[in-house]
Structures are given as C-alpha cells and as structure tokens.
Design a protein around this ligand. Structure first.
Ligand SMILES: [Zn+2]
Length: 91
C-alpha cells in the first residue's frame, strides 16, 4: 500500500488510499470531518502540496492541520522547514 508522503517545504504530495477514501475536498460551512486543500505559493505560483485539516469540536470553524496521517502514520507536512506563509488554499 502506498503511504502518504510530504513534499519538501510543503504539505502532502501523495495521500494513502485509506486517507483518500475519507478526506473531502469541498468544505461545507460547519461540516465536520477531514478536508483537503491544495496549497499554492502566492509569490512563485508553485504547488506546496495538499494540506489536510480536521474540522471538529472547537476547531469546527477553521480546522486544525494534521501533521501526520492517522491511517498510515506518515507525515502530511514537512516539519523540517518553516510552514509556508505566503500561500493560499484551493479547494
Ligand atoms: Zn496516510
């Protein structure tokens, strides 16, 4: 089984099949669950990968970014570099 893989300086380049089956791409307002968005650098236009967020409980509004996949255990985010700040989301 292919595991999730984070790209250097960004978020997930690949998602494992288990994550791929549960993550949704279109967040509805106040929807609970796992959602993904493609992250793009606004200065270079370069893709920074797929960010997975969990919207639940006190994080229902903005969500909390998952650093690791709960299914395969691999990183969903490159934690060796600073989080990209000049980015925007594309759902
Ligand atoms: Zn995974």
């Amino acid at each position: 089984m292919q595991k999730c893989k984070a790209q250097s300086g960004g978020y997930a380049k690949h998602l494992c099949p288990a994550m791929g089956r549960v993550v949704e791409s279109q967040p509805r307002s106040n929807a609970k669950g796992l959602f993904m968005a493609t992250i793009v650098s606004m200065t270079t236009g370069e893709s920074k990968g797929t960010r997975v967020i969990l919207k639940q409980g006190e994080h229902l509004k903005n969500g909390v970014v998952l650093n690791y996949c709960p299914f395969c255990g691999n990183a969903l985010r490159d934690l060796s570099d600073e989080t990209p700040i000049d980015t925007e989301e594309h759902f």
